[in-house]
Design a protein around this ligand. Structure first.
Ligand code: MN
Length: 745
């Protein structure tokens, strides 16, 4: 588009006005009850704003929106759509803003124009061919008003009709995009006429040589074909009349692009295309369709396998017709398509055919049934106040389960609705998913859990060595991402368990001066089977998880050792085994459950006998079947338990989670017993000291005897330092003799 500061000449104005009058006349004819005022206003508005702009053809730019609107008027669209058609390039190509259009034309028009602009902004060209279907779906998913798609198709139709004015390179690009995206879209919406024209227009640019070949061949058949068809039409008209069928009979030579495709697909020559020549019979009723078919087959022999009943079994886009290919007595073969007027309109105009019947009449249940497919693809509000508004209430949600996003390189990624950047990352590559640390959506950093929307451009930030987090399962929606995350967590948790199991077994073996390598894999397998396990790795994992004791397993591996005296090594803290594993865990909620970052929660738990709290010296003990019990080093049970030194495991507190104080999270209930004088205000003073440290009191019980009191308090404690502060605070209160911590809560 070039900008020419000169106002449109008289001649140009006359051309535009003429087109505009044509448009008004057409709308007035097709939709007599529609308000033409909004169309006039839209025309004046775009005349003003596109002023001085010219198309590549040299014509005033406004010709384009006018032609687009004429196509829309042919589709019998409403005045809102026509107005939007006139304005469809205004926001993109002139200084006009959304606000201007909203103010002048209202919410509906601006919404439609925005929809068209949004599709324009997607760079549909230069994508891989296998992406085409996704792009088509995405275009449909992006619009919530079917008129947006129809305007886009009309826009493309006019651009294709005038494509010759563009430079060669652009032609190729636009034609390819039309063939891959827009023609199939028209097909999807059942708009046979638009599709056919788009295809033939694109074909000549995308494949000029192929186009020429097919055109020449068809031309060479055309004359004979046309005169044959003329004869056949006459005979058919006569035959139908004899059978009492009132019908229109038309003939056509197949479109070039569909011939071309057929030639490619079936590796045949033009002569062998059954439906190169076709006759179409358009009847008043379905019954007449079948009567006509019977009459034709009486006259001409049908080709076996070529009779198709798309009336009983409509195509997915609701195309309905009877097809047959017949051979005349002189050997000519041609296709006959038989359908009712309604079916014909559907075949030619598809989704656009729907509302023109509806004009002025409410949608009946029968219509709904007839257009079942439309119900599948189109949702319309049930509370239509004005039946004339039927069209405007058509809401498109063609793929409600999916969301379409782009990589920065323009690849389309289809995800389930409500998917997040994590899903996107895993859709690209498993490793991208595993190492994902953040995401940019449309250039801005967003939280990973944010939901993605249609058309979002998503860029995943990764960091080598970063690992999946269990939290991701909270917002990953795609099966793929969920499986990959779970798989990773399982594997890594299991790997740890195997590692631990192996060390435990090795340590046990060393006592008998054996090495693990002394046991062959087969023995391991056999023992594993005894435990009902799949293999040796499972056995090691089982030891690691604490399900089986290393001693037992060793005894099975090497039965003779049960008679030997073990070569006991004194267990020393920080020994190999003690450093095998550094359990990292935090505390969640007040349930007492232990969360282990990235690992199975069951693996570690706080022993109930001592309830260790954060900061206390702790030691882990591999139990049989319950995982690792964590005791305070001071726990009286530890000395008893740790006689089996090989079950001892080094553990360590995780860094304190950042949490609001006193919200009950990240704290442990600790029971204190206070021995003190029974005097007034003792309780008040005591609770004041505790509250001063922002400590939550869960329970308090006091018993008195002989002016002495014993007070049991359960408080929520964050860590050892916190506990020490509270205890020393209490000890400073006059009249308090002692404060003791009770291990059992
Ligand atoms: Mn346009």
């Amino acid at each position: 588009m070039a900008t020419n500061p000169q106002p449109a000449s008289q001649k140009e104005l006359k051309l535009l006005t003429g087109k505009f009058q044509q448009l008004l006349a057409k709308v007035a004819e097709n939709r007599p009850s529609d308000d033409l005022e909004i169309i006039r206003k839209a025309y004046d508005f775009s005349l003003k704003h596109h002023q001085g702009q010219t198309r590549a053809s040299g014509e005033p730019y406004l010709i384009h929106p006018l032609e687009v609107s004429l196509v829309l008027a042919d589709m019998k669209l409403d005045s809102t759509a026509i107005a939007a058609g006139l304005l469809h390039d205004a926001i993109e190509d002139t200084g006009v803003t959304h606000e201007d259009v909203r103010r002048e034309f209202g919410e509906q028009v601006v919404h439609i124009v925005e929809g068209v602009t949004k599709i324009d902004k997607i760079n549909l060209a230069s994508r891989e061919e296998r992406q085409a279907e996704n792009v088509r779906k995405m275009v449909l998913a992006m619009v919530d008003d079917i008129r947006v798609v129809l305007i886009k198709l009309a826009d493309r139709l006019h651009n294709m009709r005038t494509l010759k004015h563009l430079p060669e390179e652009r032609r190729q690009q636009v034609a390819k995009e039309t063939l891959e995206i827009y023609a199939p879209l028209a097909h999807r919406l059942g708009m046979g006429k638009v599709r056919g024209e788009l295809e033939d227009l694109s074909f000549r640019y995308v494949d000029p040589i192929g186009y020429d070949q097919v055109r020449k061949e068809v031309e060479s058949h055309r004359k004979a074909g046309e005169s044959f068809l003329a004869k056949a039409v006459k005979i058919l008209q006569q035959k139908l009349k004899e059978n009492g069928v009132e019908a229109k009979v038309e003939s056509r030579i197949k479109r070039l692009y569909s011939i071309h495709q057929k030639l490619l697909r079936q590796r045949i020559t033009v002569d062998q295309v059954y439906d190169l020549l076709a006759v179409r019979i358009i009847t008043k009723s379905v019954k007449d369709c079948y009567t006509a078919l019977g009459a034709i087959h009486q006259m001409w022999r049908p080709l076996p396998g070529r009779i198709k009943d798309f009336i009983a079994m409509p195509r997915p886009n609701l195309y309905q017709s009877l097809h047959t290919t017949v051979i005349t007595e002189d050997g000519h073969q041609f296709e006959v398509q038989i359908r009712t007027e309604e079916m014909h309109k559907m075949a030619e105009e598809g989704i656009a055919a729907h509302w023109k019947y509806k004009d002025g009449t409410p949608v009946s249940a029968k219509d709904e049934q007839r257009l079942a497919w439309l119900r599948q693809v189109v949702e319309w509000q049930q509370d239509v106040k004005d039946p004339n508004e039927f069209l405007s209430t058509l809401k498109v949600d063609l793929y409600p389960e999916e969301v379409y996003c782009f990589t920065p390189m323009g690849k389309v990624v289809i995800l389930p609705r409500d998917a997040s950047a994590i899903d996107f990352a895993y859709a690209i590559h498993t490793e991208i998913g595993h190492t994902c640390i953040g995401a940019k959506v449309n250039g801005r950093i967003v939280p990973l859990r944010n939901k993605l929307r249609n058309g979002d451009v998503v860029e995943i930030m990764t960091q080598p060595g970063h690992n999946p987090s269990r939290d991701w399962l909270g917002f990953a929606k795609s099966t793929r991402a969920r499986n990959k995350i779970r798989h990773w967590l399982n594997i890594h948790q299991r790997e740890r368990a195997i590692e631990i199991g192996k060390k435990l077994l090795e340590k046990q073996a060393r006592k008998y001066r054996l090495a693990l390598k002394d046991f062959n894999e087969k023995t391991m397998e056999t023992i594993a089977k005894e435990y009902g396990l799949g293999g040796g790795q499972d056995l090691l994992a089982g030891i690691g998880y604490g399900k089986y004791s290393a001693r037992q397993v060793l005894a099975k591996l090497s039965p003779e050792i049960s008679e030997q005296v073990p070569n006991e090594e004194p267990a020393k803290t920080g020994s190999t085994i003690g450093t095998v594993i550094r359990r990292v865990f935090g505390q969640s909620a007040d349930t007492g459950a232990i969360k282990v970052k990235g690992y199975n929660d069951l693996l570690v738990y706080r022993a109930r006998c001592c309830n260790p709290i954060r900061g206390e010296a702790i030691v882990g003990y591999v139990t049989r079947g319950k995982g690792v019990a964590v005791h305070a080093v001071s726990c009286p049970n530890v000395n008893n338990l740790m006689y089996e030194a090989d079950r001892r495991i080094g553990v360590e507190w995780a860094k304190a989670p950042k949490m609001a104080k006193n919200d009950g999270r990240g704290t442990y209930p600790v029971k204190l017993t206070v021995f003190c004088d029974d005097r007034p205000a003792m309780l008040k003073q005591l609770t004041a000291v505790i509250s001063d440290d922002n400590t939550n009191i869960r329970n308090i019980e006091a018993r008195t005897a002989d002016s002495q009191a014993t007070i049991d308090i359960v408080i929520d404690i964050e860590d050892v330092k916190h506990l020490e502060r509270v205890i020393s605070g209490l000890r400073k209160i006059p009249g308090i003799h002692d404060v003791q911590r009770l291990n059992k809560v």
